[in-house]
Design a protein around this ligand. Structure first.
Ligand code: AHR
Length: 503
């Protein structure tokens, strides 16, 4: 099979916002406790944070991490996580039927962010609480001093404000499973009033209003229209979430979900434009895709805890998906979609970061390792920064139950002008055919390949484990050449590749 691509240096989509390579960490399962935090661990620092995990996180160079939820945030009292640790209350977490010791709160999380070199993206509780708790939290985190909440932060050991700019106005408020779930009208009103109060405190905050939990929600996409009509002037982003599932083990359908993602983004971009026009506004609102990942491997094993049959355990194993090689292809395609839609998607968070549907896994008291999906995320985060090119792609396609005309070739290109590097991220979605592909390089005379990484595996189900952490890892690629300013490459069936050129 053949595919042809043209890359032109002047035919661009947008400067990519680095924050599309963000991540998400929730008080859920072992994400925090025995994930990032384990005071008795051999590698723990003076704050009780695991050094082995921090090191794997640092390597990803994540611009910001969304915290503390997720569904958890909708019944969370942020004040429970401040002050002397021995005085902090144990609370029941209604979202995941567990309990939380509150040994990690905003101070511990902020310190950890400094350790791993990332920024915070914080969510306020608009489920069980309202704008009062939200404005107090923002004042605690961002006010220099001389007010009740900022002085309390200082008394609790943090003199300087953290100056967190990005705030989520609740989480998945369209979902009936959410504590304090609301109609679009109710939520739109509350989000707008909360945003007004937060802006009265600091007009430069960047505020994210909740969009749909997924594109099959019965309220989608009217939810976005109603919520944006209520909040357009006060917010900067509308959040979208999507999880990718393959319970029937149908790889063609699974890999076609990338098309659904693209349609989802396109639809909400249209809704934003509609509301902007209706309001005669000059202001832009963008998409914050602040939860995305493959999530289905663990659904069955989690039922017992989620249905309450295990009582209220603290930090049990929950949502511990073991990612396989097939998921590498999916995560590669998702990230390619964000690059291609970088004109509207300015923020995105892989959900989540450690142990809970995560690229990094740990054993309590033991080892930490990289899951298969760590690698496409690593490559995109490190090398996907710059300007997205608008490639002209001609690829054979297939029809699936999810979408028609799904291209076998999934490709995105990023030009890092500062470093003179052009990077291609490429997925062959075909299970048995090699894609003989050419990429014409217009405006990139003399380009030379200097780095080629490939992930390919005969076994779609291959995983990494603590005992075999390097079962699915990238290898240096070969056999790609540039002839007459055209890349000539054969893409093996079911493969993910990154190809970097000096330009
Ligand atoms: O990431 C797991 C959960 O998925 C989050 O808590 C919630 O926002 C979403 O439904």
């Amino acid at each position: 099979m053949k595919a042809t691509v043209t890359a032109h240096s002047k035919y661009t989509i947008s400067r990519i916002d680095d924050r599309v390579y963000g991540a998400f960490l929730e008080h859920l399962g072992r994400a925090v406790y025995t994930g990032i935090y384990e005071p008795d661990h051999a590698t723990a620092d003076e704050n009780g944070m695991r050094g082995d995990v921090a090191s794997l996180v640092k390597d990803l160079d994540i611009p910001m991490v969304r915290y503390p939820g997720g569904n958890f945030v909708s019944a969370y009292n942020w004040e429970d996580g401040i002050g002397p640790k021995e005085d902090r209350p144990v609370r029941l977490d209604l979202a995941w039927h567990t309990s939380d010791s509150n040994q990690v709160g905003i101070h511990e999380f902020a310190d950890w962010c400094e350790t791993v070199g990332t920024e915070m993206m914080l969510a306020v509780n608009l489920g069980s609480r309202d704008l009062d708790a939200a404005r107090n939290f923002v004042e605690y985190v961002n006010h220099p001093g001389g007010s009740y909440w900022s002085d309390l932060r200082i008394a609790n050991g943090r003199a300087e404000p953290w100056n967190t700019k990005l705030w989520c106005l609740g989480n998945e408020m369209d979902g009936p499973w959410q504590v304090g779930h609301k109609s679009a009208e109710e939520y739109g009103h509350l989000a707008n009033e909360t945003a007004k109060a937060l802006r009265a405190f600091d007009k430069n905050l960047e505020l994210v209003v909740c969009g749909s939990s997924h594109a099959d929600m019965p309220t989608y996409p009217q939810w976005e229209a109603t919520v944006l009509e209520a909040t357009y002037d006060q917010v900067d982003y509308i959040s979208l979430h999507m999880y990718f599932r393959n319970p029937e083990k149908n790889t063609a359908n699974f890999l076609a979900l990338g098309q659904k993602l693209d349609d989802y983004i396109g639809t909400i971009a249209g809704v934003i434009d509609y509301v902007k026009a209706k309001k005669r506004s000059k202001k832009n609102v963008y998409i914050s895709f602040d939860e995305w990942n493959v999530w289905y491997h663990s659904l069955e094993q989690d039922k017992k805890i989620l249905e309450g049959d295990s009582g209220w355990p603290h930090a049990p194993a929950l949502l511990e998906d073991a990612y396989n090689f097939e998921d590498v292809l999916q995560v590669g395609s998702i990230l390619n979609t964000f690059i291609r839609r970088s004109d509207v998607v300015k923020i995105a968070c892989i959900a989540q970061l450690v142990n809970v549907i995560a690229p990094i896994m740990t054993e309590p008291g033991g080892r930490a390792w990289r899951q298969t999906i760590y690698y496409p995320y690593l490559f995109a985060s490190l090398h996907g920064r710059g300007t997205a090119l608008n490639l002209a792609v001609e690829s054979p396609t297939y029809d699936s139950d999810i979408a028609k005309d799904v291209p076998y070739l999934d490709i995105a290109a990023v030009h890092n002008e500062e470093e003179g590097i052009l990077t291609f991220f490429v997925v062959n979605r075909h299970g048995s055919e090699t894609l003989s592909t050419t990429v014409d390089l217009d405006g990139y005379d003399g380009a030379k390949i200097f780095n080629h990484q490939i992930m390919v595996n005969d076994d779609l189900e291959a995983v990494n484990t603590a005992d075999n952490p390097d079962n699915v890892i990238p290898q240096s690629g070969s056999g790609i050449e540039i002839k007459d300013n055209t890349i000539v490459m054969d893409l093996p069936p079911y493969s993910y590749q990154m190809i970097q050129l000096k330009v």
